[in-house]
Design a protein around this ligand. Structure first.
Ligand SMILES: C[S@@+](CC[C@H](N)C(=O)[O-])C[C@H]1O[C@@H](n2cnc3c(N)ncnc32)[C@H](O)[C@@H]1O
Length: 282
């Protein structure tokens, strides 16, 4: 299929639009506009082999949206979104803005190491005049000190008050050699009582048959890119919460965490391939 020349958005400076980017392909799965022909081509190739990438991405995003609303309902007003991605519809700051009244305030810090995600987030936050309460930090979330000590993080987040830290669909880019337990512990240790930790992670779950074969192919493709992927099972995810009590309903598949709608048949097929949970620091 030939792309129309005007189908792609203007590329922010320093962004390579010749190679597919995991962050932009994810944006395409979600129906966003911050992607180029090269990303869509990669995405379509993946979809042919594993048609559940797109419904899986949507389920992940919906889980993230429900967590933000639940955290706001619980009185949390600060969000640290690690591996935030290209800002696509339904971003944390948009959910916050839609949920809070005019006389209530919250702050959001996005963190991503991909220049493309940072460039797009900067443009969007500037366009939406949100830079006084939402910002993006370009950093590797595997370096908690760099993230936590970044001037923008310190400006927007008061760690003496509860924070909702989100690791949404990012830990599967953190391999065993990166010490994922130590990384997540460093973030947990920084938080005060009443803070939340929310995690979603791709998994073979209880999937089977061609869908599971497709997922394994999908993981292999990402292993060849600069964003290699590691799946984890439910019992490997629980220790990330460091013994904090899990909020109801505990560790579930994405659509089962406080569901708000019914799934169609394809969405039900995607359901087994990720786990998620939210815990509250005692
Ligand atoms: C699948 S997207 C998830 C986006 C968003 N969290 C969501 O759930 O909708 C993963 C994002 O994590 C980012 N990422 C992966 N490893 C990272 C790291 N070590 N530090 C910062 N960002 C990372 C990628 O650049 C990508 O934008």
């Amino acid at each position: 299929m030939t792309e129309k020349p005007d189908a792609a958005p203007k590329a922010p400076e320093g962004v390579d639009v010749e190679k597919p980017s995991a962050a932009r392909v994810y944006d395409w799965y979600l129906g966003g506009k911050q992607n180029w022909a090269v990303d869509r081509e990669f995405g379509r190739r993946v979809e042919k082999m594993w048609s559940l990438a797109r419904p899986g991405a949507k389920q992940n995003r919906e889980f993230m949206n429900r967590v933000v609303r639940a955290a706001l309902d619980a009185g949390i007003r600060q969000f640290l979104d690690l591996g935030s991605g290209v800002p696509t519809a339904g971003n944390v700051h948009e959910v916050v803005e839609a949920a809070l009244g005019d006389d209530d305030e919250a702050t959001v810090v996005y963190v991503d190491y991909e220049p493309v995600a940072v460039a797009h987030a900067t443009l969007i936050l500037e366009d939406e005049a949100a830079t006084d309460w939402a910002g993006i930090v370009q950093a590797d979330m595997r370096d908690p000190r760099a993230v936590l000590n970044d001037p923008r993080t310190r400006e927007l987040i008061d760690f003496d008050k509860p924070v909702c830290v989100m690791l949404m669909a990012v830990l599967h880019f953190v391999g065993p050699d990166d010490d994922p337990d130590g990384i997540v512990r460093a973030y947990r240790d920084k938080l005060v009582s009443g803070s939340w930790l929310a995690i979603s992670q791709m998994s073979e779950g209880d999937g089977s048959g061609p869908a599971l074969e497709g997922l394994r192919w999908f993981v292999e493709q990402y292993r060849k890119t600069s964003n290699p992927m590691w799946l984890r099972d439910r019992d490997e995810i629980e220790p990330f919460f460091g013994g904090w009590p899990l909020l109801e309903p505990g560790i579930t598949h994405l659509p089962d965490w406080r569901p708000e709608r019914e799934l169609n048949a394809v969405e039900a097929e995607a359901r087994p391939f990720a786990w998620c949970a939210v815990a509250r620091k005692p």
